[in-house]
Design a protein around this ligand. Sequence first.
Ligand code: NAD
Length: 296
Amino acid sequence: MAKVAFIGLGNMGGPMAINLAKAGHQVTAFDLSASALAQVKAEGVASAGSAIAAVTDAEFVISMLPAGKHVIGLYLGEQGLANHIAKTALVIDCSTIDAASARKVGAGLAEHGIAFIDAPVSGGVGGAKAGTLTFITGGAAADFERAKTVLSNMGKNLFHAGDIGAGQVAKICNNMLLSILMAGTSEALQMGIDNGLDPKVLSDIMLKSSGRNWTLELYNPCPDVMENVPSSNGYQGGFLVDLMAKDLGLALEASLQSNSSTPMGSLARSLYVTHQRAGHGKLDFSSIFKMFEKKS
Ligand code: NAD
């Protein structure tokens, strides 16, 4: 079992740190929020007074923070952890951030002789609690193998996408496609409803036809077509519109940097940001269906 430092105990990081402690790792955590630290303490996660204190002697340093600026601020610069992490440690950043920031952190840590992989996740808060997350990593193959010691206690599917930053690129490609599928499925279902079809019948037809996709199979956006999905529960729970809008912003930035043509992704971002600005940021992302709905 390993000595692990965990930085960032939010909706995702809290349950991930708890799963590591339950698996027998010696976990010491730090968060800027005292209440986040207090919540995991009862579950066997020790709290440190600072990020520096948490990483002292750690074999693995894991971070789960909101955005690239937080990750860069944590590791680099005069106050950065790069000056305090053991050279034998592996740093694993699980936050969803832009690939350029991940590469910057990797290069900054490498200057101190410290290994790094980016390892964003898919699976949401439910997956974090259940320990069934998908990790999509970027970095050296040997570091990916080393990371399995801890990643396997927090997730079920572990992928190696390529060099540092590749995990972030793969994650935003997936989420961009997901947003396009969700918006397209919503639009098709509503057109069927507007033309007199029962959305359940239409969903069954499309599931056995060439329009079949993940959203129809597991996450139908139309209320009451499927049980136990956010659309049938007032769009509560699941993956927030706020987070999808953030990921689509990262996708747009990446496409600008690589000069890629992403007309569908750009349109999906506009739809999601408009939906977010209309006050739906805290709803599940399948609530994009509401944008197409005919208001009575
Ligand atoms: P969150 O806002 O709930 O948690 C972030 C935590 O980081 C907070 O507790 C905050 O206090 C802490 N923090 C910020 N800066 C810090 C610092 N310098 N030192 C220590 N602690 C610091 O966010 P979340 O929902 O847990 O998401 C974390 C990351 O995971 C994000 O990048 C998000 O995009 C990604 N993600 C989230 C989900 C989801 O469903 N919530 C799914 C997949 C990926």
